[in-house]
Design a protein around this ligand. Sequence first.
Ligand code: SF4
Ligand code: SF4
Ligand code: SF4
Length: 163
Amino acid sequence: MSKIVLDLNPSRCVCCYACVVACLDQHYNIEESGPPLRRAVRIESKEGKISCVSVGCMHCADAPCMTACPTGAIYRDEETGLVQVQSSRCVGCRKCRRVCPFGAPQFTEEKKMVKCDGCLERVRHGLLPVCVQTCPSGALSVREEDGLERTERVRRLLAGEEL
Ligand code: SF4
Ligand code: SF4
Ligand code: SF4
């Protein structure tokens, strides 16, 4: 299987939050809830244009969270390239959160880091991540790894520099 990344096209996003809800539904249930793993963020460009950017983990090629984690809790799935967390190794120090440009690491009440896992099990079975499948406007997509270009572009989007 080739390494995949999630990508987004904010010009298509209608800010309906369907991706956010689908992700919550996929990962939690009535007995077990937790922080959202995907957010839809309203961004205002320097020219005053309002857009929506749907952000989860970008599964960065450089993944600064992996380098920052002192316990090795964050690792890359070899088959898919998706960045994963081994909750039992997390000591809740939040170093991953401080270095993540996208605010992806979230924390449970037990102070364990959780984040978008790229819907690893679905992808392993040849399915799309549920947020990508659910988006009604095609704003989310998966494609093969493309180095650092994509994460740089999303950094600029979130800074309102390129909407
Ligand atoms: S948690 Fe942040 S830094 Fe780590 S891979 Fe995801 S987006 Fe990149
Ligand atoms: S909070 Fe957990 S996953 Fe994040 S850097 Fe610390 S030990 Fe690693
Ligand atoms: S890829 Fe899966 S875990 Fe990540 S934001 Fe989308 S639905 Fe949530």
